[in-house]
Design a protein around this ligand. Sequence first.
Ligand code: UPG
Length: 406
Amino acid sequence: MKIAILGGDGFCGWPTALHLSAQGHDIVIVDNLSRRRIDQELGAESLTPISSIEERIAAWQEVSGNTIRFANIDVAQEYDDLLKFIIDEELEAIVHFAEQRAAPYSMKNSKNKRYTIDNNVNATGNVLTAIVESERDVHLVHLGTMGVYGYGTAGMKIPEGYLDIEVTTDEDENGNPLAEPTRVQQQILYPTNPGSVYHLTKVLDQNLFAYFAKNDALRITDLHQGIVWGTNTRETSLDERLINRFDYDGDYGTVLNRFLMQAAVGYPLTVHGTGGQTRAFIHIQDTVRCIQIAIENPPATGERVKIFNQMTETHRVRDLANLLAKIADAQVELVPNPRNEAPENELHVKNDTFLDLGLNPTKLEEGLLLEVTEIARKYADRADLSKVPATSLWTSKQSAGVPPSV
Ligand code: UPG
């Protein structure tokens, strides 16, 4: 298939581009290199030394014999270029990763809140509008987040996107009383409860998808992904120049990779609050496999948006810290939580679709130590410990003293 990877230079996009290229697909990366600019803005680099996009693509050609092309387009701002690209390329699928993906970065200040909303919502709106205007039948696969659901449990497993509801009413649509109460059944998008401005943008994306699938019969798959851990995939391990990025700083580092790096350099693991937050996780190798499965199983024309939960395990933050303390001899520190989130929560998630379609998950307990030794310890001398503390605060003047809601 001919596939465009929007955001193909990023943490999930780059290994996905390589994986799909290795499967024999014709891949073109679209990226404005914004993630590299944000590195400079924050003065925080990937723990692993990542090559330029040109070097990455040349190395892949050398190693695999496959060509990946690259187009530098800002999907959120350069609509005409995006439209021309979609018309010219005659794509069968577009994978959309082209969004600012860090919750702490999105909460840092008003500039970042506005940037995250402008960039993410415009990017999605532009892609959808351009597919319609191009009159091409392209399957859009979007990387969403488990964070759209919020992190509570309503006494049931979180379903894959849609919730069956039953309402008992004693009046009809016009408000006239019915002879007896009547049950009405419906399926709705699972109610959202985002925990940051970043997560909120993925909630807004969901409504854009529902509308364009309904009105324009676009074929769309939305993947609600958990927190990714790990660094390399089979393809990025083939050559040092193909290495994936590894973020550990307070804004972009996600919890488990931060803990892995902290364990490797002897920095006490920064557990926010009591560490009672339960979250969903997935290894980067499983991310790329899930994207492949999603591409191979598109919705039919006229079908509603397909939503899959892209996660393989749930864990409490303090349990992960304790696990690493045991296997990597790390110290654990409970630090004040910079976020506005429930201190403790349960999380139960349905993920049958990917398992039924052949995903064979990488187990956290099996891969964890390897990450500490092969990545975190190997590149420990590149770590800048001043970038470890999470300094982005969720509180505003208005919210001061108001307890976190679930
Ligand atoms: N946490 C800690 N200590 C740390 C960092 C985080 O206790 O040093 C906690 C944090 O308070 C939260 C949890 O760990 O409760 C998860 O935080 P994090 O790993 O940063 O995940 P998210 O903010 O949910 O965001 C990541 C990705 C995002 C993706 C989402 C999927 O950045 O792009 O959508 O995971 O769930």
